[in-house]
Structure formats: C-alpha cells, structure tokens
Design a protein around this ligand. Structure first.
Ligand SMILES: [Zn+2]
Length: 272
C-alpha cells in the first residue's frame, strides 16, 4: 500500500484513523514522561538508558511499559519492588493522546497539525516540570523556538501563509512579542511587589509559543492565561500557603485555547 492510498484509507474510515492516532499519541506521551523525568537533571539523557523504576532502579520490561495499559495491569505499582507509580504518567499519556485526536480532527492530516503537536508536546513537558520544580528547562524552549522559526520558513502554510517571508515574519514577531510581554510584566511586577513576579523561563516559554503561532494568537494566549491561573492561584495562596505559582502551565493552556478558540473569541468581543 503506498502512502497516498494509506492516507485515503484513513480518510474513509475516520474511527479507525482516530484510534490509530490515539494509540500513537499515547506512545508519544510515554516518551514525554521520560523527558519530564530526565530533562530537569542535566546528567540524564532522554534516549539512554531504557526505562527503569526510579525506586529500585531495575529496568522495566517492554510488556510493563505499554502506555496506559501497563499501569492498569500493574495496578499502579512496580512489578519488582511494588513502589507506587505516579498517576502523572497515565495523565500525561491520556492528555497527549487526547491532544493528538483533537488536533488531527480539527486541522486534518496536515503539516499545521504536526507543527502544532510539536508545540503541544513541548508545552506538556514544560508545564509538568514547571509544576514540579518551578523551572522550565532551556532545552525545551530553545529547541521549540528553532523548530517554530524553521518550520514557518520551510512550510509557510503552517502559519496560514503562502508567502515564505510573511510566515517567517509572523513567527519572528510572535517570538519577540511573546518574550517582550512577559519581560515587561516581570520588570513592572518586581518593581511593584519587590520580588520576582515572572521568571526567565516564562519569558522564553511565551517567546516559543509566539514562534509557533504568530503575534495575534500569542497576545490572545497571554490574555487568556490568567483565567486558567486564578483558581490555582487561590488554592496555592490559601491551601498551600505559597505566595508564588508556576505560570508556565497557564501560558500553555492559554496557547491551546487561543489556537482552537482564538478566532471565535476575537469575533465575539470585537464583532469583527
Ligand atoms: Zn521498582
């Protein structure tokens, strides 16, 4: 079966296509879990060695490493030492699989879908690491900016453009605008509150988002992010008694919402 015939087959059988995409997304999610575990530690490579249990350090055999399914079969415990496996692994796999299905059903089997999924995967990894350690590793954001710029240049249709120059211009402007918004906010915030309000990681994160989605959606993503943050901020302040919250996850949620609903939001507010 050649590639065109295969793609046609998937178009003709959407439920089959979505099942394959869901499984593929769960496998990618499983790799994102490895990145989340290993990226914050400079010493660890995301490629080698194969997966191992963080408690007993014994390697995990392939049939105990099947996304979503192995967790259920093992009932959330390591086969060797019975240490509990964090539910986070399953949530990341489920979220990634869901993002794959949503993105491909919204944008079809297109370059833009693949392009945005690279962004979404980066956002998942950055958000979970930010929640855990309150840092966003540069590996994620720098590679992301590079991929966003390069892809926009090589395949302008991912920015809804025909002209290469317009696509790369929107990508560069999005990057600069995203970085500048958080930078200004960080400077003003630290002046008013006399402590760090926004970190360098947040600056680079919105800059990366900008390189993928261009100026308009970057601004919308930023404006939507506080709505996602507010409940979490109250929980941190009154339940966990912590003054600062990691902001990466909310910029990420803002970006996803802007990509799928940004145009409707602009229409409903400005009636354009
Ligand atoms: Zn173990």
């Amino acid at each position: 079966m050649n590639v065109d015939a295969y793609i046609q087959f998937l178009r003709d059988t959407p439920s089959m296509a979505m099942t394959i995409i869901f499984i593929f997304g769960a496998i990618v999610g499983s790799f994102l879990n490895v990145c989340i575990y290993r990226l914050p530690d400079e010493q660890k490579s995301v490629i080698k060695p194969a997966s191992y249990c963080p408690m007993c350090l014994k390697p995990i055999v392939w049939y105990d490493n099947i996304p979503l399914i192995s967790y259920l079969i093992l009932r959330g415990k390591c086969r060797q030492c019975s240490a509990p496996i964090s539910i986070r692994y399953v949530l990341v796999e489920l979220a990634t699989a869901g993002m794959f299905v949503l993105t491909f059903s919204y944008f079809g089997l297109t370059a833009r879908a693949v392009f945005l999924l690279y962004l979404f995967c980066s956002l998942v990894v950055a958000s979970v690491i930010d929640l855990k350690f309150k840092i966003i590793p540069d590996e994620i954001t720098f590679y992301g900016m590079l991929v966003g710029l390069l892809f926009s240049f090589c395949a302008p249709q991912v920015q809804f453009e025909v002209d290469q120059r317009l696509a790369i211009a929107d990508s560069i402007l999005g990057l600069l605008c995203g970085g500048a918004i958080i930078y200004v906010l960080a400077v003003v915030g630290s002046y008013i509150f006399k402590k760090e309000a926004m970190g360098g990681g947040d600056i680079k994160l919105l800059a990366m988002i900008g390189a993928f989605v261009g100026v308009k959606y970057t601004v919308i993503a930023f404006l939507l992010s506080p709505y996602f943050a507010i409940i979490f901020a109250l929980y941190y302040k009154f339940v966990k008694k912590e003054a600062t919250i990691p902001y990466g996850p909310f910029l990420s949620m803002g970006a996803v919402a802007a990509i799928f609903y940004g145009d409707q939001i602009v229409v409903s507010i400005f009636g354009l």
